[in-house]
Every structure is written in C-alpha cells, then in structure tokens.
Design a protein around this ligand. Structure first.
Ligand SMILES: C[S@@+](CC[C@H](N)C(=O)[O-])C[C@H]1O[C@@H](n2cnc3c(N)ncnc32)[C@H](O)[C@@H]1O
Length: 467
C-alpha cells in the first residue's frame, strides 16, 4: 500500500499534467507568482478541468506541508501584524513604482517614514511566505500576492492622504485593510469573549470579541456610525466591492434565473448596501424594478453613488433606495424576489429568525427568497448527498481520499469568513443543513442551491419559497 505522502505526490503529478495540458489547449496561462495580480491571470480557472486540477494540487500541497512542517510553525499568527504594517505604510505602492529592480528597505523606509530596521523584519517574514520577494539582500519586490494590497494609486498620494487612500479603488486593499484592522484587533479578544460568563454563550453582536476589543460593547455598525470612524465605515463599503471583485463578474447574474421573472417584477435587495450588487442585475435586466434597503448611512451614500453612476434609474423610479431596518416589519409587500446577500452571516440564529420572519410575513405565495452566502462544507464526506430526493446542489463536489473532502486550504476563504463573522458579530457562516433548519423554522422551504463551479465554499446562492 502506498504511503500518504506518495498518494499525495501522485495527485500532484497527475493534476499538474491535467493543468498544463488544459492551459496549453485553451491558450490560458498558469499564474506567475512574480507578476502582479490581474483578473485575467485567473482565466485558467474558467475551464472546469483546470479549476478542479488546481484545487486538487493546492489541497495536496497543503496536506504535504502539514505533514512535514514542524507543528509549532503552523501555529504562528505574526504574519498579520507584518501585513498590516506593510499595507498601511504603502510598501506595495512604493514597490510597484520601483519596478522589477525592487527597492532597498532603507529606500522604502525613506519614502514611507518607517523605521528601516523594523520594516526589514516585517518584510522578511512576508518574503518567507512569498508575499514579497527578496531579490538581493534587503531589496524587495512585489509578488502576485502583495499586489493584492495595491490601491493602484501613486504612493505619494496615499502617503499624503491616508484617510482617502481607498476612495475610487477596486476594493481588495480596502478589504485587507479592514480585516487587518477591525478583525485583527477582535482576534486578540477571542478568548476573552469565549471565556467570560457574560459573553461566552451569547449570540448578541454586543457580546462579540470585536465589542470587547473596542472596549464599550458596541456593534461594528454602532462603531462605524461615530464621526471619528467614518473613514473605517467608508473603507468597509469599498471592501465589500472588493469581495465582489473576487467573484466571477457574472456570479450574481448566475445566482438566479433573472430572465424568467415577468417584466416589471420587483426585486428587493434587503441590506443591499449602496446597491452595487443590484446595479449589476439592473444593467443586465432593464425590465426589472429594484428597491435597495439598508440603514440610513449607506442609503444616503447610495443615493450619491447612483446619481453619479446610473442617474436615469433613480429619476425614472426604476431604482428606489429606502432606509429600512430589517428587524422591523417589511414594508414591500409585492416582491418577486427578496434578495439577502451576505446578511445572515452577520447575525446569530436568534437574529436571523427575526429577519427571515419579517420577510416571510411580507411574502406573496410566489415570492422567492434568494440568499447569497458561503455554504460551509464538511472536512469529511457528507452522507446527505447519498440520499435520494436530496435538495438539488445541496452537497458540494468532494475531493478524493486521502485529501480532505472540502479540498482543505483551497477552500479556506469560507472558513476565514466564518471566523471573521464570529469575531466581529458573534455570528457565523452556515452549513446547508443549518440553513435548511433555519429556513424551515421561519416558514421558508429551501428548494435549490446554485453552486458556482470551482469553489465550494465561497459565495453560493440558495432559493427558498414560502410554505
Ligand atoms: C456585509 S454587508 C452586505 C451588503 C450587501 N448586501 C452586499 O453584499 O454588498 C451587510 C449590510 O447590512 C446592513 N445592515 C446592518 N444592520 C442592518 C439593519 N438592521 N437593517 C438593514 N440593514 C442593515 C449594513 O449596513 C451592510 O450594508
């Protein structure tokens, strides 16, 4: 019988062959770690064979590393501190401008005002993880990974005006900055939140690790509403756009059969932020009407954003932005679709029940509830997939043994988001069985799971109908 590491090597060899052959035959390329990230560098994943082969390669490589790396190294967490310093001190922008010859740490420090000794320490650990590259001693360049921290603005501009660093950017740097700030600070209080009797078993956002970290029991939304946190509130909104940039551009269009809705149908995007997701649908399906609901702050920002980006949709009334608290009764009683994207994961079950009941009470018999969220797979085989009459798409593709059924670290994004939700909101990402229970308890029946190919944990869509 072959050893586990030999089986993993076989998976690596056979799938590297598949990946190379697929890329050669369809003219796509395997990404270059030394080249900056660009959406086209992900084109190879659009072929399902290449996507599956690369998932298996990553899963097998991580499993090999987990077997052979000394265990204490796997438990380190200091990388995040180094990442935050480099992101906030604009190292990536400076290295972009330095080009392929790179920049010496003394020169980087001269431009961003950091202490060169400390900056060198942070860059060194990140270079160890291929996040930056040390090309000659103490001279660094960007890699595909560090380029994700790039606002794409001139370094002098972001250095001079850090408050507006993320304005009008694609959002990936804003997302990382939010994670390394609010979520990273909350991380330090995870144990306090999980051990103190007043918070240990609570599902309230006021009892989260974040609420402990900021000191006065505030939720993230209360924190953002303070004038001195306006920068962070804006950065969070831009970061949400960054999440969308990580999805295939047509993900929300494929999430539901929008074309089957009768002309004039109303889509209510509940907790829709400024409405950037609804805009994607509105552009492709001009016969649909939209109400975008959120708290007053995002709605006011949204009105400005739509007046700039699609003013005619506002003036004709095809798009309406409405301040609405989803814990209060829903005023829209004629929705063809209630869409809730990345809302339930912000709340523990007791709060989700209230949100879902308010929607159920406003639903017509034909209203569809469309939920866009990560769906957490199991690291082991899910026997529900073996049952006849299981919900279409409920159980994801599973990786072959000896790999973890969930493709291991290849699918880490969903698990990171799960912990992020726990730390920030005392909430979570959910398994399909958890969604099913939650929906049934509020009068909704889960009917279809539309899975995006190539990644079983990121954002998937679920349809539910009243029963
Ligand atoms: C994670 S964001 C998702 C935004 C949007 N659906 C998207 O996917 O881009 C959660 C949204 O819920 C909104 N929100 C939080 N509490 C709310 C409440 N009580 N009523 C309505 N919206 C709320 C926030 O302002 C934020 O825009």
């Amino acid at each position: 019988m072959s050893s586990t590491i030999r089986s993993l090597l076989d998976i690596l060899t056979s799938n590297v062959n598949v990946l190379e052959q697929t890329c050669t035959s369809n003219g796509t390329h395997i990404p270059d770690l030394q080249a900056p990230f660009h959406p086209t560098s992900e084109d190879f994943r659009t072929d399902p064979r290449a996507a599956e082969a690369s998932s298996l390669i990553v899963a097998a490589a991580h499993q090999l590393a987990a077997i052979l790396t000394p265990p204490p190294v796997s438990l380190e967490h200091f990388k995040s501190a180094a990442l935050r310093v480099c992101l906030e001190s604009n190292v990536t922008e400076i290295l972009r401008e330095a080009g392929t010859k790179g920049a010496h740490v003394e020169d980087i420090a001269r431009l961003n005002g950091q202490d060169p000794r400390k900056l060198g320490q942070f860059l060194r650990i990140l270079a160890l993880h291929h996040i930056y590259r040390e090309i000659t001693p103490e001279v660094f360049t960007n890699t595909r990974i560090s380029s994700m921290l790039d606002t794409l603005k001139p370094s002098q501009e972001v250095q001079a005006d850090p408050e507006h660093k993320h304005d009008n950017t694609p959002g990936l740097a804003a997302l990382a900055s939010h994670h390394l700030d609010e979520a990273f600070k909350a991380s330090a209080y995870a144990w306090e939140a999980c051990s103190e009797p007043s918070t240990a078993h609570s599902g309230a956002p006021t009892a989260s690790a974040f609420a402990k970290a900021v000191g006065d029991g505030e939720t993230l939304w209360q924190y953002y509403s303070k004038p001195q946190q306006r920068f962070r509130e804006i950065r969070f909104g831009i970061g949400m756009k960054g999440i969308d940039a990580l999805q295939p551009p047509d993900a929300v269009l494929k999430a539901y059969n929008w074309k089957d809705l009768p002309s004039g149908s109303l889509v209510v995007d509940v907790g829709g932020g400024i409405g950037s997701v609804a805009q994607n649908i509105a552009k492709s399906f001009p016969e649909l009407y939209f109400v975008i609901q959120d708290l007053l702050g995002p709605i006011e920002d949204g009105k400005k954003w739509w007046s700039k980006n699609m003013p005619e949709a506002l003036s004709t009334g095809r798009i309406c932005l409405e301040a609405h608290d989803f814990f209060t009764p829903q005023s829209q009683k004629n929705a063809a679709v209630f869409m809730i994207k990345q809302i339930l994961h912000d709340w523990s079950d007791e709060y989700c029940v209230k949100i879902l009941l308010n929607l159920r009470q406003a639903a017509t018999p034909s209203t569809v509830l469309l939920i866009l969220e990560s769906i957490m797979p199991y690291a082991c085989h899910d026997p529900a997939g073996d049952e006849e009459n299981s919900i279409i798409g409920a159980v994801p593709n599973e990786a072959p043994a000896p790999l973890l059924a969930n493709y291991g670290a290849m699918n880490e994004m969903g698990y990171l988001s799960d912990i992020d939700m726990c730390l920030l909101f005392n909430s979570q990402e959910r398994t399909i069985h958890h969604f099913d229970r939650l929906l049934r308890s509020t009068g909704w029946k889960l009917t279809i799971v539309n899975r995006q190919p190539g990644d079983s944990t990121y954002m998937q869509s679920m349809e539910a109908v009243p029963f």
